[in-house]
Design a binder for this molecule. Structure first.
Ligand code: NDP
Ligand code: 8X3
Length: 250
């Protein structure tokens, strides 16, 4: 069987790091990217340079993305799967108290960088009849207080996935949107600026989704027969459900 290659963004932590392990264990080659080089390099030491190629750069830096792409070793240059996972939420404040620079960072990362790498890799994904798995979120479907730009950025990811499906019909390229609910990764640490107590409190007693759960979901989607496309998957912990509407009374 030919060895396939996946580019997994946001591979230094959480879903992305777990996905790297899942795909390498399954015999794929993996390009693992993220900003924290010190977390990427051990992947090469652990799995070998023939299995994992790492690229440390900020996804918001288009020139750095293009340079990383141009520098791929020949064995990693044919990409069969793009896992658009790098992303973040910043802040939990309501819109009227939110920090505009945090909003812009979320849009630059979750939306602009995601479409940039997708646009860059589309020609070869079409050539190889490959696949794109976008990591969206339930926050793109269900509004909650403080979700403002984060949720809106994920609504974009979900809809972009469906719109890509339409444009790519006939190319054989598969596109999926995975929409997880509460998952314990570094997500809440990042969102709260490093507040471990807030993160622990959020997940306490919930039995949240694990990074491995989502890595397994990506793996399942990527390895389905070539005639099947999973359009959207919404995943929640059993102990989470969508909230009801609320009213304010004067
Ligand atoms: P983590 O914080 O554990 O991982 C986020 C990853 O994104 C890190 O590897 C980080 O790498 C990378 N990343 C963030 N910004 C950049 C950037 N500018 N350039 C390159 N890489 C970047 O969180 P999760 O694993 O939970 O998050 C992964 C995805 O899943 C995100 O898109 C998130 O929105 C989504 N998601 C998370 C849920 C949750 O509850 N945890 C639920 C639903 C969706 P580095 O910092 O090294 O650059
Ligand atoms: C993360 C899920 O519900 O914390 O995307 O926004 S949620």
């Amino acid at each position: 069987m030919t060895t396939k290659t996946a580019w997994i963004t946001g591979a230094t932590s959480g879903f992305g790091a777990a996905a790297v392990e899942r795909f390498v264990a399954g015999g794929w080659r993996v390009i693992a990217s993220g900003r924290r080089a010190e977390r990427l390099q051990p992947l090469v030491e652990r799995h070998g340079a023939d299995r994992v190629h790492v690229a440390a750069f900020d996804m918001r830096d288009e020139a750095a993305l293009r340079a990383a792409h141009a520098a791929l070793p020949p064995a990693f240059a044919g990409i069969d799967l793009l896992v658009n996972n790098a992303g973040l939420a910043l802040g939990t404040a309501p819109a009227q108290q939110a920090d505009l620079s945090q909003w812009k960072q979320m849009i630059d990362t979750n939306v602009t960088a995601l479409v940039t790498i997708t646009h860059l890799l589309l020609p070869q994904l079409i050539e190889r009849r490959g696949a794109i798995v976008n990591i969206s979120s339930i926050s793109g479907s269900y509004a909650y207080r403080g979700g403002n730009v984060y949720g809106a950025s994920k609504a974009f990811v979900t809809q972009f996935s469906q719109n890509l499906r339409v444009d790519l019909l006939g190319t054989g390229v598969r596109v999926s949107s995975i929409e997880p609910g509460m998952a314990e990764t570094e997500f809440t640490l990042v969102r709260t600026g490093g507040d471990q107590a807030a993160s622990d409190q959020l997940y306490a007693g919930v039995h949240p989704i694990t990074a491995t759960d989502i890595a397994d979901t990506i793996w399942w989607i990527a390895n389905l027969p070539a005639h099947l496309n999973i359009n959207r998957v919404e995943v929640m912990p059993v102990n989470q459900s969508a909230a009801g509407l609320q009213v304010h009374r004067d």
